[in-house]
Design a protein around this ligand. Structure first.
Ligand code: NAD
Ligand code: ZN
Length: 538
């Protein structure tokens, strides 16, 4: 978008506009260097600016300043606070052309007020006398040069952080009007994770990264399939915004979600001398977001990471909530940590290449969110009538994501509400275990598990027959299975006891009392469970 100009941002404007306050902030945000030309002149010359003015005159000072600007123009990844007179000279203007120049516009009176605290005429020779009057004069002379800048920010009423964010957005080619709007956010004690959902957002990956304030270089972790499809587009967007991306593809598939694969990610990151100020982008399905998030949050004691989920399951579930981790030979997801991503960016356009069976399996989780907490979402899903296109719309995905985000915000560590997200998962996981994770997609197993849970809820007098029928009709419309014929009842019951959702020996069941409302029940009689399991394997 911008980078024909090179990775340089110049702040121009009169003294008191905040150039040397905002500059370091923006540099830190982008992971770039910061240069203040006034300070550099003083260091290089070995005398203070007032001394240079007094002993050699302004022209000599401007020469020193122009040389510094020329040096900076040959440097990459640098934010520059320029002396107020830089744009008034030919050499200064040429140097400014090498990057994005931003005029920090301020009324002279306000600038004078800010300066009055620390400026003496000795420190700022051009302001001798009344600073306000002098600044007004200077501005009159220089406004025509300042207004040649690529962009202008009027700083009145803005905090340095806001000015820095605005400048970053301008540089990313976004300008002030195109701020990306969050579809939802996860807020936990320690973190805020904004979630963006839209068609085509992959092209805005870099700009969103700028907006959320990650910095440095982008290390993209993906898998071999997703990498082949989308790594190039992701990299291009990151490059445009100055994040100098590197890409690493792990082999695709759950069997690679291991510590051994995490080590290959560490190797790659460390060989590229990753720094704490850099960040990781996890581009892929739930395997990549789980594993990449874990690798990022443990490398150098924690790099920031951004999730870009590319399967429906990862969008609706895996990428949102901060659970990261890998499998162990003794169990799935046995190693891991709760760490929130810096952002989740959902581009629904990437779902077009997803095999239909996988897309439909992902719908199970999306539908589940409606069943447990949002009757209105369930109704809208019913209206979509199982049509894949409508199900995969940014609107419906965003609403489903918002439910998960709200639940996680309330209960990150799964001590209460978050348990509800396990609806359908007790029998679902048992089915996956008994079939060795080969026969059913996770979402398919969960769909069958939801039927079992529905049967149990009906039997204990919670969900009424109408509610149960509605649940089954929607799952059927989504093309999800309702039974796992031929599986062994005892094996399933045994496997469901080994599920994580058992506390103190009591199986805990997430059950609906009505569509849109779930509760946790821990005293379901064994015969009722057995009957339900028998029905779904028939
Ligand atoms: N962290 C959590 O809260 C959480 C929640 C649910 C599931 N998970 C985890 O998620 C994993 C399953 O996620 P998944 O189903 O996304 O699996 P996955 O990451 O293995 O992706 C499935 C397959 O689809 C391919 N793929 C991904 N995006 C594609 C696209 N847009 N087009 C074409 N192919 C594409 C992948 O290469 C892979 O082969 C499991 O490991 C599970 O434990 C985690
Ligand atoms: Zn699930």
């Amino acid at each position: 978008v911008t980078s024909t100009k090179g990775d340089r941002i110049f702040f121009v404007g009169i003294s008191g506009s905040g150039k040397s306050t905002v500059g370091p902030l923006l540099a830190a945000q982008l992971g770039w260097d910061f240069v203040d030309t006034d300070i550099l002149v003083e260091t290089n010359v070995g005398r203070s600016i007032p001394a240079i003015f007094a002993e050699d005159g302004e022209a000599v000072f401007r020469d020193f300043e122009a040389s510094i600007m020329e040096e900076v123009a040959a440097t990459e990844r640098v934010v520059v606070s320029t002396g107020g007179g830089v744009p008034t000279t030919e050499r200064g203007r040429r140097a400014l052309e090498s990057g994005t120049s931003i005029w920090l516009q301020i009324e002279p009176d306000l600038a004078a007020e800010r300066l009055v605290w620390h400026a003496t005429s000795e420190e700022r020779p051009l302001l001798a006398g009344s600073p306000a009057a002098r600044l007004r004069e200077l501005l009159e002379e220089r406004a025509k040069f300042y207004s040649d800048a690529d962009a202008t920010i009027n700083v009145r009423g803005l905090s340095p952080e806001e000015i820095s964010a605005e400048a970053a957005a301008i540089w990313a080619g976004q300008g002030s009007t195109e701020t990306f709007v969050e579809a939802a956010r996860v807020t936990t004690g320690a973190a805020v994770c904004p979630i963006f959902v839209g068609e085509g957002l992959l092209a805005d990956l870099g700009a969103i990264c700028v907006q959320v304030g990650v910095s440095g270089r982008a290390f993209v972790v993906t898998d071999e399939v997703v990498g082949g499809l989308f790594a190039e587009q992701a990299s291009a967007s990151l490059t445009d915004c100055g994040f100098a991306p590197q890409v690493f593809a792990i082999p695709s598939g759950e069997e690679h979600k291991t510590l051994a694969t995490v080590e290959t990610v560490y190797d790659w990151l460390l060989e590229h001398r990753v720094e704490r100020s850099d960040f990781v982008v996890c581009l892929g399905g739930g395997v990549v977001t789980d594993l990449g998030g874990f690798a990022a949050s443990t490398c150098l004691r924690g790099l920031k990471f951004v999730h870009v989920p590319t399967t429906l399951l990862a969008m609706a579930d895996a990428a949102v909530g901060g659970k990261t981790g890998v499998d162990h030979r003794l169990g799935k997801n046995m190693i891991g940590a709760f760490v929130q991503p810096a952002a989740v960016i959902v581009d629904t356009a990437v779902l077009k290449t997803l095999p239909e069976r996988q897309a439909r399996a992902g719908m199970a989780e999306l539908i589940k969110h409606g069943f447990i907490l949002d009757a209105a979402l369930t109704e809208d899903l019913e209206r979509a009538g199982g049509d894949l296109e409508s199900f995969l719309s940014p609107e419906l995905i965003a609403r489903s994501v918002a439910i998960k985000a709200a639940v996680v915000s309330e209960d990150e560590r799964e001590s209460g509400t978050r348990e509800l997200l396990n609806y359908g998962h007790t029998i679902g996981h048992a089915i996956e275990t008994v079939t060795g994770y080969g026969r059913y997609q996770h979402g398919e197993a969960v769909a069958i598990g939801m039927r079992a849970a529905g049967l149990i809820a009906k039997a204990v007098g919670m969900l009424d027959a109408g509610g149960f029928e509605r649940q089954q009709a929607l799952l059927k419309a989504a093309g999800l299975p309702d039974s796992a014929p031929g599986l062994d009842v005892d094996a399933l019951i045994e496997a469901s006891r080994g599920d994580k959702k058992v506390r103190g020996g009591q199986a805990r069941w997430v059950l609906l009392d009505t569509i849109g409302h779930a509760v946790v029940v821990d005293d379901v009689p064994d015969e009722i469970v057995r009957d339900a399991v028998k029905t779904v394997v028939a």
